[in-house]
Ligand binder design. Structure first.
Ligand SMILES: [Zn+2]
Length: 271
């Protein structure tokens, strides 16, 4: 399983010389499986624009794309109108979400927000409304989901394929001092856990409780409890420049050596 990060930033895209290492695109990951050329995509933040260009240019065998959306907050869907393969009749794009994605994706492209609507995307094949006890099969991979505490609720996803497992859990808030035991169970023994580390603890406890995000400290606690092999800190706050992200990464590594702060362009090859 090969995971690539096309966008790692929470809330809003950022740019500038101090944001070059971790990048400014909002969430989007691509996952290549061992068992099929079909691609899994997590979230359609602004990172999906570059992923779309890469698919069109460099992946001629990859024509079926499965887009799983965590939730409808703008930073997770705002790249979708710029996702090139959706406009190309040779492709098939299947969208999965626990909410009615067709409605909110059409909404953000409706007048006066965007010049064309969803009908301009011939590759859109199907919209699946997922239930939380549902397992989706793609190739030999099984994709499960769970609700994550977040305003309007987010969704965590876990992919298991031939003994390799990957968990994507972003846009979620913990409830100190309790750990999200359901998430610990969901992420048990995974090869890699991506977790919302938008705030430092000092930011979190000084005015950002209830905003729906978490900290690297909580990510470390969860990764340790779940027995995750690797922890990837994700959803960097737009005010956190490279120096802040590096500092967070270093502090997390002191507690959990196999932690890394996600960089735009990071590739994980999971066994
Ligand atoms: Zn959100």
């Amino acid at each position: 399983m090969i995971v690539k990060f096309w966008g790692t930033r929470g809330s809003i895209p950022t740019s500038g010389p101090n944001f070059m290492e971790f990048g400014g695109n909002t969430p989007c990951l691509s996952i290549r499986l061992k068992s099929t050329d079909e691609m899994i995509i997590f979230d359609a933040g602004t990172g999906i624009r570059e992923l779309g260009m890469d698919i069109l240019k460099s992946n001629p065998d990859c024509k079926t794309l499965h887009l799983f959306l965590t939730h409808a907050h703008w930073d997770h869907i705002q790249g979708f109108p710029f996702f090139g393969p959706a406009y190309h009749p040779d492709y098939k794009v299947n969208v999965y979400c626990t909410k009615t994605a067709e409605e909110f994706l059409a909404g953000q492209m409706a007048p006066p927000y965007f010049p064309v609507g969803l009908e301009a995307m011939p590759a859109l094949n199907a919209f699946h409304v997922l239930s939380h006890d549902e397992t989706t099969s793609i190739g030999n991979a099984k994709i499960r989901n769970m609700p994550l505490p977040h305003p309007q609720e987010s969704t965590g996803f876990r992919i298991d394929e031939s003994g390799t497992s990957f968990v994507f859990a972003t846009d979620t808030e913990h409830e100190p001092p309790h750990m999200n035991e359901q998430l610990v169970k969901f992420a048990t023994d995974c090869d890699a856990l991506v977790y919302d580390a938008q705030y430092t603890e000092s930011e979190y406890f000084n005015g950002r409780q209830g905003w729906g995000h978490s900290t690297y400290n909580e990510g470390v606690r969860l990764a340790q409890s779940a027995g995750a092999k690797k922890l990837i800190l994700f959803s960097h706050d737009p005010t956190h420049d490279d120096a802040v992200c590096l500092d967070i990464e270093q502090k997390a590594q002191e507690l959990f050596p196999d932690a890394v702060a996600a960089r735009q362009g990071l590739i994980l090859s999971l066994p």
